[in-house]
Design a protein around this ligand. Sequence first.
Ligand SMILES: [Zn+2]
Length: 230
Amino acid sequence: MSPPNLPLRSKRRPRFAPGTGVDYDLLRRSMGDTPLLTCDGCGQSATSVHLAKRFERLEWTTRYRPVHIGTVLLGAIAPTKDADFLYGPSGEFGGEAGKLLEAADISRIGKAAEATLGEFQRRGLFLTHILECPLEAGNEGDAERLLKARFGATAARIRRSLRPKRVIPISGLLEPLLHGSNGPVGLGSALIADGEKARIVANEGVGKGLAALSRKRLVADRRTDRRTKS
Ligand SMILES: [Zn+2]
Protein backbone atom coordinates (compact mmCIF):
# COMPACT_ATOMS: atom_id res chain seq x y z
CA MET A 1 0.00 0.00 0.00
CA SER A 2 1.45 3.31 -1.00
CA PRO A 3 1.72 6.01 1.60
CA PRO A 4 -0.74 8.83 1.51
CA ASN A 5 0.15 11.46 -0.96
CA LEU A 6 1.87 13.82 1.44
CA PRO A 7 5.22 15.44 0.92
CA LEU A 8 7.80 14.01 3.30
CA ARG A 9 9.38 17.35 3.80
CA SER A 10 7.44 20.49 3.41
CA LYS A 11 9.13 23.68 2.46
CA ARG A 12 6.60 25.48 4.54
CA ARG A 13 7.24 25.72 8.24
CA PRO A 14 4.99 23.28 10.08
CA ARG A 15 2.20 24.99 11.93
CA PHE A 16 3.21 23.78 15.38
CA ALA A 17 6.95 24.08 15.11
CA PRO A 18 8.62 25.56 18.15
CA GLY A 19 9.69 29.11 17.85
CA THR A 20 6.52 30.39 16.32
CA GLY A 21 4.24 32.81 17.98
CA VAL A 22 6.07 33.01 21.30
CA ASP A 23 7.53 36.33 22.23
CA TYR A 24 10.29 35.15 24.55
CA ASP A 25 11.34 38.66 25.39
CA LEU A 26 7.85 39.49 26.48
CA LEU A 27 7.65 36.21 28.42
CA ARG A 28 10.90 36.91 30.18
CA ARG A 29 9.89 40.46 31.01
CA SER A 30 6.56 39.41 32.40
CA MET A 31 8.10 36.55 34.39
CA GLY A 32 10.38 39.04 36.07
CA ASP A 33 7.69 40.58 38.18
CA THR A 34 4.80 38.16 38.07
CA PRO A 35 4.74 35.57 40.86
CA LEU A 36 4.80 32.14 39.26
CA LEU A 37 4.83 29.68 42.13
CA THR A 38 5.71 29.20 45.75
CA CYS A 39 9.42 29.26 46.55
CA ASP A 40 10.73 26.06 48.17
CA GLY A 41 13.22 28.00 50.21
CA CYS A 42 10.90 30.41 51.94
CA GLY A 43 7.27 29.75 51.09
CA GLN A 44 6.69 33.17 49.55
CA SER A 45 5.15 33.67 46.12
CA ALA A 46 8.13 33.73 43.82
CA THR A 47 8.97 35.56 40.64
CA SER A 48 11.69 34.25 38.35
CA VAL A 49 13.99 36.91 39.80
CA HIS A 50 13.26 35.65 43.33
CA LEU A 51 14.02 32.05 42.30
CA ALA A 52 17.21 33.05 40.51
CA LYS A 53 18.41 34.89 43.61
CA ARG A 54 17.61 31.86 45.75
CA PHE A 55 19.64 29.53 43.55
CA GLU A 56 22.49 32.01 43.56
CA ARG A 57 22.54 32.04 47.38
CA LEU A 58 22.40 28.23 47.42
CA GLU A 59 25.40 28.11 45.11
CA TRP A 60 27.39 30.54 47.29
CA THR A 61 26.47 28.55 50.40
CA THR A 62 27.22 25.08 49.04
CA ARG A 63 30.80 26.13 48.33
CA TYR A 64 31.49 26.49 52.05
CA ARG A 65 29.40 23.69 53.49
CA PRO A 66 31.64 21.52 55.68
CA VAL A 67 31.65 17.80 54.86
CA HIS A 68 30.99 17.09 58.53
CA ILE A 69 29.03 19.86 60.14
CA GLY A 70 29.87 20.51 63.75
CA THR A 71 27.60 23.46 64.42
CA VAL A 72 24.62 24.72 62.50
CA LEU A 73 24.05 28.40 63.12
CA LEU A 74 20.34 28.69 62.61
CA GLY A 75 19.00 32.05 61.50
CA ALA A 76 15.41 33.07 60.92
CA ILE A 77 15.37 35.03 57.67
CA ALA A 78 18.16 35.48 55.12
CA PRO A 79 19.43 39.06 55.13
CA THR A 80 17.96 41.43 52.57
CA LYS A 81 21.35 42.69 51.42
CA ASP A 82 23.82 40.31 49.78
CA ALA A 83 26.56 42.22 51.61
CA ASP A 84 25.10 40.99 54.94
CA PHE A 85 24.84 37.39 53.73
CA LEU A 86 27.81 35.48 55.11
CA TYR A 87 28.44 33.41 51.98
CA GLY A 88 27.93 36.33 49.59
CA PRO A 89 30.87 36.81 47.23
CA SER A 90 31.49 40.49 47.97
CA GLY A 91 33.35 39.74 51.19
CA GLU A 92 31.87 42.80 52.86
CA PHE A 93 30.58 40.79 55.82
CA GLY A 94 28.15 43.44 56.93
CA GLY A 95 25.34 43.02 59.45
CA GLU A 96 24.68 39.42 60.47
CA ALA A 97 27.74 38.10 58.61
CA GLY A 98 30.11 40.40 60.50
CA LYS A 99 28.52 39.54 63.85
CA LEU A 100 28.88 35.82 63.21
CA LEU A 101 32.55 36.09 62.28
CA GLU A 102 33.11 38.18 65.38
CA ALA A 103 31.27 35.65 67.57
CA ALA A 104 33.40 32.86 66.09
CA ASP A 105 36.52 34.97 66.62
CA ILE A 106 37.48 34.76 62.97
CA SER A 107 39.41 37.80 61.84
CA ARG A 108 38.89 39.05 58.33
CA ILE A 109 41.56 41.71 58.38
CA GLY A 110 44.01 41.42 55.52
CA LYS A 111 42.37 38.26 54.24
CA ALA A 112 40.51 37.43 51.07
CA ALA A 113 36.83 36.60 51.58
CA GLU A 114 37.56 33.02 50.47
CA ALA A 115 40.15 32.60 53.21
CA THR A 116 37.78 33.94 55.86
CA LEU A 117 34.95 31.68 54.74
CA GLY A 118 37.37 28.78 54.42
CA GLU A 119 38.27 29.20 58.07
CA PHE A 120 34.58 29.28 59.01
CA GLN A 121 34.10 26.06 57.04
CA ARG A 122 37.12 24.30 58.51
CA ARG A 123 35.76 25.09 61.94
CA GLY A 124 32.75 22.94 61.01
CA LEU A 125 30.40 25.92 61.13
CA PHE A 126 27.48 26.17 58.76
CA LEU A 127 24.93 28.97 58.56
CA THR A 128 21.40 28.37 57.40
CA HIS A 129 18.12 30.24 57.70
CA ILE A 130 14.60 28.95 58.12
CA LEU A 131 13.53 31.35 55.38
CA GLU A 132 16.33 31.00 52.84
CA CYS A 133 15.22 34.20 51.11
CA PRO A 134 14.68 37.72 52.46
CA LEU A 135 11.11 38.87 52.91
CA GLU A 136 9.67 40.33 49.73
CA ALA A 137 8.31 43.87 49.94
CA GLY A 138 4.86 43.74 51.46
CA ASN A 139 5.47 40.48 53.35
CA GLU A 140 7.11 42.13 56.35
CA GLY A 141 4.07 41.53 58.53
CA ASP A 142 3.96 37.89 57.51
CA ALA A 143 7.29 36.76 58.99
CA GLU A 144 5.83 34.85 61.91
CA ARG A 145 3.44 32.84 59.73
CA LEU A 146 6.12 32.09 57.12
CA LEU A 147 8.61 30.99 59.77
CA LYS A 148 6.07 28.74 61.41
CA ALA A 149 5.14 27.19 58.08
CA ARG A 150 8.78 26.51 57.13
CA PHE A 151 10.09 25.37 60.50
CA GLY A 152 9.14 21.70 60.12
CA ALA A 153 10.97 21.41 56.81
CA THR A 154 14.07 23.08 58.25
CA ALA A 155 14.06 20.83 61.32
CA ALA A 156 13.79 17.78 59.05
CA ARG A 157 16.66 19.06 56.90
CA ILE A 158 18.83 19.54 59.99
CA ARG A 159 18.06 16.04 61.25
CA ARG A 160 18.34 14.18 57.96
CA SER A 161 20.75 16.11 55.80
CA LEU A 162 22.93 18.53 57.76
CA ARG A 163 23.22 16.25 60.83
CA PRO A 164 25.29 18.60 62.95
CA LYS A 165 26.57 17.90 66.42
CA ARG A 166 24.75 20.97 67.66
CA VAL A 167 22.50 23.79 66.61
CA ILE A 168 22.91 27.34 67.80
CA PRO A 169 19.95 29.60 67.08
CA ILE A 170 21.09 33.08 66.17
CA SER A 171 17.83 34.95 65.97
CA GLY A 172 15.34 35.96 68.60
CA LEU A 173 12.57 35.24 66.08
CA LEU A 174 13.26 31.54 66.63
CA GLU A 175 12.46 31.56 70.35
CA PRO A 176 8.75 30.75 70.03
CA LEU A 177 9.48 28.04 67.44
CA LEU A 178 12.21 26.30 69.40
CA HIS A 179 10.55 26.49 72.75
CA GLY A 180 6.99 25.44 72.29
CA SER A 181 4.65 24.70 75.16
CA ASN A 182 6.08 21.17 75.32
CA GLY A 183 9.66 22.30 75.81
CA PRO A 184 12.55 22.63 73.34
CA VAL A 185 11.93 21.22 69.89
CA GLY A 186 14.18 18.31 68.92
CA LEU A 187 16.39 19.00 65.94
CA GLY A 188 18.28 15.74 66.23
CA SER A 189 21.25 17.57 67.71
CA ALA A 190 21.98 19.01 71.06
CA LEU A 191 20.35 22.38 70.93
CA ILE A 192 22.57 24.80 72.70
CA ALA A 193 20.37 26.17 75.38
CA ASP A 194 20.95 28.40 78.31
CA GLY A 195 18.55 26.90 80.78
CA GLU A 196 15.34 26.90 78.81
CA LYS A 197 16.41 29.82 76.69
CA ALA A 198 18.24 29.38 73.43
CA ARG A 199 21.49 31.22 73.04
CA ILE A 200 21.35 33.89 70.48
CA VAL A 201 24.50 35.28 68.96
CA ALA A 202 23.48 37.71 66.32
CA ASN A 203 20.36 39.59 65.61
CA GLU A 204 19.00 43.07 65.86
CA GLY A 205 18.49 44.00 69.45
CA VAL A 206 20.35 41.08 70.96
CA GLY A 207 22.14 41.92 74.19
CA LYS A 208 25.91 41.90 74.33
CA GLY A 209 25.80 39.43 77.21
CA LEU A 210 24.25 36.75 75.05
CA ALA A 211 26.65 37.45 72.23
CA ALA A 212 29.56 37.12 74.63
CA LEU A 213 28.29 33.78 75.94
CA SER A 214 28.08 32.34 72.48
CA ARG A 215 31.40 33.82 71.51
CA LYS A 216 33.00 31.92 74.35
CA ARG A 217 31.29 28.77 73.17
CA LEU A 218 32.34 29.15 69.54
CA VAL A 219 35.90 29.97 70.48
CA ALA A 220 35.93 26.99 72.84
CA ASP A 221 34.79 24.81 69.95
CA ARG A 222 37.77 25.86 67.92
CA ARG A 223 40.16 24.96 70.74
CA THR A 224 38.51 21.57 71.08
CA ASP A 225 38.85 21.02 67.35
CA ARG A 226 42.53 21.87 67.47
CA ARG A 227 43.08 19.47 70.34
CA THR A 228 41.28 16.76 68.44
CA LYS A 229 43.47 17.27 65.41
CA SER A 230 46.80 17.28 67.21
ZN1 LIG B 1 12.33 32.15 48.36
